[in-house]
Design a binder for this molecule. Structure first.
Ligand SMILES: Cc1cc2nc3c(=O)[nH]c(=O)nc-3n(C[C@H](O)[C@H](O)[C@H](O)COP(=O)(O)OP(=O)(O)OC[C@H]3O[C@@H](n4cnc5c(N)ncnc54)[C@H](O)[C@@H]3O)c2cc1C
Length: 441
């Protein structure tokens, strides 16, 4: 059997490892557009802050591929012929397959206005991009960052930690408005200001300005003013990399549509990770994620099906933990702020890295119970009284039990009387999760 995997990220490499586990003799070829063994993309944020050196995110050596008898080919897959089961690379090489996995991930969306190609426009998206960004940071004095999600916030934090005067432009009046409610946004704002970040609400750039040497010198704002800077960070979301399937008979929506076996409408062609749109039992829709654990899980499930071990992929509850300006933030399940609260909602059209479209679906009946204390806050998202999501900032002891309760769609009614008594609430959450586990035995 010839297995061909396009993409050398979390999904592609997990799939290759899994195939090798179940098929010791099949030929496994991985095509990688980036000239590096697999690395941790979330780790890039810590490279920017200086917490780890760039080489530490590289998670595999080239020897590892050889030891596993996986053939790693550096090149870009440029054309797919599903009738003859062939993939052509940019350099002209043609690779045949019996089973194909498309695991091409997603790429950062460029700046949506003139000036996007100037020297000094930077992204936090790839290892090469971060190396470039680190070079720029050495000479930069003042940066502007745009974008409403985790990556933008991580870029803001990283630039500030590198000693660059950092300005964060926010279109509306709330930070991370697709995820945070007003009070949660205020908590993060307090922390960001403490770290010396300049936050500009109701501020939108419309053009990036440059000098004769094509270097960024500032931005023009929607109100007509200009703002000087020498770095312009863009983190307005990602788009699944679908070039390879364009013009083929493979069905796509926002990403490649796959069934519960991770197979596309074309027999023998599978997709996993950020480039796949997978059935979600919560919403009954096909949704995309840009989450590392989802890429690993779909890569593994796709591989099992590719080797003939028929396995239904059950998209679990999306879960993400990140650290922003010293605050732990955990998101589980459906976490959009209240749908009636349209005012502060930023209209982001692209999914941002480290998030799931599930976050942005609303339960049929939206209710929330919310408590805060000092620099911690806890929001329970409910469908009537059924627990469907939680957003936890700061103190994290409730994260694991809440994840279990949400996974089981537990009834949160027994928790609600304690919402204002933090200690008792945490205790009750633990008890309820334990009861849930016992009941599941
Ligand atoms: C700064 C940052 C922070 C993040 N934070 C988090 C987080 O907190 N939590 C979390 O869960 N996730 C986070 N993520 C997202 C997570 O990294 C991705 O969801 C995950 O890497 C997706 O894996 P993948 O294998 O689908 O795609 P990728 O890792 O993108 O790998 C796809 C690979 O395919 C290659 N490729 C594309 N097209 C072709 C082609 N035509 N031919 C050959 N190769 C091709 C690409 O170059 C790439 O190497 C973050 C990502 C970034 C960048």
């Amino acid at each position: 059997m010839r297995y061909l995997i396009i993409g050398n990220g979390a999904a592609g490499v997990t799939a290759a490892e899994t195939i090798r586990q179940y098929d010791p003799v099949g030929e496994v070829v991985i095509v990688s557009a980036e000239k590096t063994p697999m690395y941790s993309r979330p780790g890039l944020a810590y490279v920017l802050t200086g917490d780890i050196p760039p080489q530490q995110v590289v998670a595999r050596t080239e020897h590892w591929y050889t030891d596993q008898r996986l053939k790693l080919v550096y090149g870009k897959a440029a054309a797919l012929d599903t009738s003859n089961r062939l993939v052509a690379l940019n350099g002209g090489q043609t690779l045949p397959y019996d089973r194909l996995l498309i695991a091409t991930g997603a790429a950062a969306v460029p700046a949506p206005y003139p000036g996007g190609d100037l020297d000094g426009v930077v992204f936090l998206d790839s290892l090469e991009g971060v190396r470039h960004l680190l070079k720029k940071v050495r000479r930069a004095r003042r940066a502007v960052v745009i974008g409403g999600g985790i990556t933008a916030l991580e870029m803001v934090e990283g630039l500030a930690r590198r000693g660059v005067e950092t300005h964060y432009f926010v279109r509306r009046d709330r930070l991370w408005s697709k995820v945070f409610n007003q009070s949660e946004g205020a908590l993060l704002e307090q922390q960001m200001r403490h770290h010396g970040i300049h936050i500009h609400y109701h501020t939108e750039a419309v053009e990036i300005l440059g000098n004769r040497r094509n270097k960024v010198t500032g931005v023009r704002l929607k109100n007509g003013n200009t703002f000087a800077c020498d770095l312009f960070g863009v983190a307005i979301g990602v788009r699944p990399q679908l070039d390879l399937v364009r013009g083929t008979d493979i069905l796509t929506d926002r990403a490649i549509l796959v069934d519960e076996y991770l197979e596309s409408n074309v027999t023998g062609v599978f997709a996993a990770g950020d480039c796949a749109q997978v059935y979600d039992r919560w919403s009954g829709k096909h949704l995309a994620d840009s989450l590392w654990p989802s890429a690993v899980a779909t890569g593994r499930a796709a591989a099992l099906n590719m080797v003939g071990k028929r396995t239904v992929y059950d998209k679990g509850t999306p879960f993400n933990v990140c650290m922003l300006f010293g605050l732990h933030v955990t998101a589980i399940g459906q976490i959009n702020p209240d749908p009636r609260d349209e005012d502060g909602m930023e209209q982001a059209h692209n999914l941002s890295r480290g998030s799931s479209e599930v976050w942005f679906t609303f339960p049929r009946t939206y209710n929330s119970a919310w408590s805060d204390k000092g620099d911690s806050s806890l929001r329970l998202v409910l469908d009537n009284t059924k627990l469907v999501g939680a957003l936890i900032i700061g103190e994290q002891s409730a994260a694991d039990p809440l994840r279990k309760l949400i996974e089981h769609g537990a009834d949160a009614a027994p928790l609600l009387p304690y919402i204002d008594d933090r200690a008792e609430l945490l205790h009750r959450i633990t008890l309820l999760a334990q009861a849930q586990e016992v009941a599941a035995l």
